[in-house]
Write a protein that binds this ligand. Sequence first.
Ligand SMILES: [Zn+2]
Length: 99
Amino acid sequence: MIATAFGAACPLLYLLAIAAIPYLIRRDHRRNAMATTPCSSCRQPKGPGKYLCWTCWASLSGLARRALSRRDSKAMDRLQELYRQLAAGVPLAEIQVTP
Ligand SMILES: [Zn+2]
């Protein structure tokens, strides 16, 4: 009786363990991808969903920050403007974005 229960539980546990592996791997990947996305300006780690790390964001002019914070149909254009200027070496405080 005990041997039968044990014998039945073992493959079940084994299957559960196997089923959990892809889930664990995927969860790990997602967390790492988010945590290691570097800041586009200084290459330091930044928060997920942020354009820049906090220090670089604070270095932008208030006007640029406000424009980049706005989520509308032109948001992607403004992001491109930001990245273009970063790539061109424009200092953070001098970056201008279409309001
Ligand atoms: Zn930065």
